[in-house]
Design a protein around this ligand. Structure first.
Ligand SMILES: Cc1cc2nc3c(=O)[nH]c(=O)nc-3n(C[C@H](O)[C@H](O)[C@H](O)COP(=O)(O)O)c2cc1C
Length: 142
């Protein structure tokens, strides 16, 4: 136990850059971090983890990416329930509705969200990356 998982899906690299910064912040706060793209992961990869940072951009029409991330998220729900978690992701032309919906859903799925979700318009700049590092540190210290 005592591993922190950073799990993300990213089509064009924006959420991936956020994920790397979240992992960096968590590591600098002392966490043992497992950073994995959803394409390369299955729920069993995270059995040793007890904290979760989940990243997915706004896709479709204000929803999570539905072919890889959504199925992984659903398969992980039994292990996510009751665990500290944070949500993050990048968006484009919308206003963040996908994340408001995901937050509400995650809370009703039983995740313990220990910080407000972090959203970034398109590619994260230096200030956004600093916020990602702080989010990772907040989860590690929770
Ligand atoms: C198929 C597709 C659907 C998208 N749907 C939305 C959307 O509903 N709302 C929004 O704000 N941005 C939407 N976007 C924009 C992406 O969320 C945005 O470009 C984001 O930075 C992509 O992150 P990534 O580089 O991690 O893939 C969509 C992009 C694509 C390619």
């Amino acid at each position: 136990m005592n591993q922190l998982a950073v799990i993300y899906w990213s089509g064009t690299g924006n959420t991936e850059a956020m994920a790397q910064a979240v992992a960096e912040g968590a590591r600098s706060a002392g966490a043992d971090v497992k950073l994995l793209s959803a394409d390369m992961a299955s729920a069993s990869d995270f059995e040793s983890c007890d904290k979760f940072a989940l990243g997915c951009p706004a896709m479709g029409d204000e929803v999570l990416e539905d072919s890889v991330f959504e199925p992984l998220y659903l398969s992980m729900l039994p292990m996510l329930c009751g665990k500290p978690a944070v949500l993050f992701g990048s968006y484009g032309w919308g206003d963040g509705q996908w994340m408001r919906d995901w937050k509400q859903r995650a809370e009703s799925d039983g995740l313990i969200l220990c910080a407000d979700p972090l959203i970034v318009n398109e590619a994260p700049d230096e200030a956004a990356l600093a916020n990602c590092r702080s989010l990772g540190a907040a989860l590690a210290e929770h």
